[in-house]
Design a protein around this ligand. Structure first.
Ligand SMILES: *Cc1c(COP(=O)(O)O)cnc(C)c1O
Length: 481
């Protein structure tokens, strides 16, 4: 059998779009967390690949029968776990077009529109979020789309490593004494980047945090001084605007001052929170980022662009190129040689790259800045209401004050009780939330940012949480620490 004919492609293509539309309409009624046991999906699949062609219809049937039950529904309005990874109808269409074009954007010459639209979108993001002008493409700096914040942070770390060792990091002994810093609350991707970049996890200092779980700049200063006195070479700080546990915001101006004084690269990780800067009234969280050497946020979390789409900005693109560009013979071309174009392969780890700017462009045009800001504002408003309910509740309490769209709370009966509560809620399936530990406190996280979430979902969730807690309390009469 050959490939689908154009007519077949049209027919099945329309079916697939109809399937997705119906899925998104009905996703709310499905158990948010997949209720399957390990191995269930594989048990339902044939052991061997088909010898002969199978009809498209058979695959769609199996999609419903085998795959759907094994899905945790990130696109459900009742998804309050982790952070959102939003899709949205416009973004899905952008993704389809990108697949349809199927281009590789590794060089400008391999698809000029892929590169130039990306450059343009990165400049638009500078406008939309009111980011520092030095991140614009017409300056020494610029932006690039990465697959994830983890990759962006790794690239920042590599650029900083090369800068700190004058490009000699791969020579023996050149980087043995480099030290990186983040807060104890920083995302695990920092530690992973240190492992990959050969810095070593023992050379990442996890700086203590204050009562709001933000990095203590005094502790950072002390640690940097101590390392310098021991003959080590501090070179990199990753500060968070919106930590994953509790959305804590590190004091960027104070951290930047320390970085400037000691010549350290400052990378700001705003993977989740960055999108909030669409709203002028929320931009104070970005105070100090004009002093950052690099900055990253994920449109694929809260900006309604489906995974993957991370935005990464540097104020000195040469530092990044020094770390990542290699030009083998088979990639040489006139446009590259002319120096007039951007080749984004030099701004990332891999060579190949997808046309991700397309979905970003389409989502931005679908809503406009004001439309996007309004969507974010609604989520923050819903989180504010949820916070007020917790505040007024006798059974529950806030663990830290709400930041943006994340409410960290717990039942007053203590850790073991809260652990059971979240277990029972997720097994029930009507909502999905996850936990973290803040200090010693087992904390429930209500993360409100899914694109279909409305007031009614938050109200239902709160009712369910209270009812489930009451049931559980009646079964377990004692309070745990
Ligand atoms: C989600 C998140 C990350 C990781 O993002 P990926 O794109 O999945 O790599 C890193 N840092 C923070 C603060 C995050 O919220």
């Amino acid at each position: 059998m050959s490939h689908l004919t154009s007519d077949e492609f049209r027919k099945y293509g329309h079916q697939v779009v109809d399937w997705i539309a119906q899925y998104l309409e009905e996703v709310e009624s499905r158990p948010v967390l997949s209720q399957l046991e390990p191995g269930d999906v594989r048990d339902a699949l044939p052991d061997a690949p088909p010898e002969d062609p199978e009809p498209f219809e058979a695959v769609m049937e199996d999609l419903n029968r085998v795959i759907l039950p094994g899905i945790t529904h990130w696109q459900s309005p009742n998804f309050f776990a982790y952070f959102p990874t939003n899709s949205s109808p416009t973004s899905i269409l952008g993704e389809m077009l990108s697949a349809g074009l199927g281009v590789q954007g590794m060089l400008w010459a391999t698809s000029p529109a892929c590169t130039e639209l990306e450059t343009h979108m990165m400049d638009w993001l500078v406008d939309l979020l009111a980011l520092p002008e030095k991140f614009r493409s017409e300056t020494q700096g610029g932006g690039v789309i990465q697959d994830s914040a983890s990759s962006a942070t790794l690239c920042a770390l590599l650029a900083a490593r090369e800068q700190a060792t004058s490009g000699a990091s791969n020579e023996s002994g050149a980087k043995g004494d480099l030290v990186a810093y983040s807060s104890s609350q920083a995302h695990s991707s920092i530690e992973k980047a240190c492992l990959i970049a050969g810095i070593g996890r023992q050379m990442l200092r996890k700086i203590e945090v204050d009562e709001d779980f933000a990095m203590s700049s005094e502790a950072l200063e002390r640690a940097v001084r101590r390392d310098i006195e021991s003959g080590l070479k501090p070179f990199f700080v990753c500060a968070a605007v919106g930590t994953t546990s509790s959305m804590a915001i590190d004091p960027i101006p104070e951290i930047a001052e320390i970085c400037r004084k000691h010549g350290l690269w400052l990378h700001v990780d705003a993977a989740m929170a960055g999108t909030a800067a669409l709203c002028p009234e929320l931009r104070s969280m970005h105070r100090g980022i004009e002093q950052a050497d690099s900055y990253t946020f994920n449109p694929h979390k809260w900006m309604f662009v489906n995974f993957d789409c991370n935005a990464f900005f540097v104020d000195d693109r040469q530092a990044l190129l020094n770390a990542l560009s290699i030009l083998p013979e088979y990639l040489r071309n006139q446009a590259t040689a002319s120096g007039q174009v951007i080749d984004y392969r030099d701004w990332q780890i891999s060579l190949g790259r997808r046309f991700r700017a397309l979905k970003l462009w389409m989502v931005i045009r679908q809503h406009g800045r004001e439309g996007l800001a309004q969507l974010v504002r609604e989520h923050v408003q819903l989180a504010t209401e949820f916070e007020a309910w917790i505040h007024d509740s006798e059974a529950f309490e806030l663990v830290v004050p709400r930041q943006l769209n994340l409410v960290c709370f717990r039942h007053r009966r203590g850790n073991a009780f809260n652990e059971q509560l979240v277990e029972r809620l997720n097994r029930d399936g009507r909502i999905y939330l996850t936990h973290t530990k803040l200090g010693d406190i087992y904390t429930l996280r209500m993360s409100i940012g899914q694109w279909q979430t409305k007031a009614e979902h938050i109200e239902q969730a709160w009712q369910l949480i209270q009812r489930t807690a009451e049931d559980l309390a009646s079964e377990t009469p004692t309070t745990t620490p």
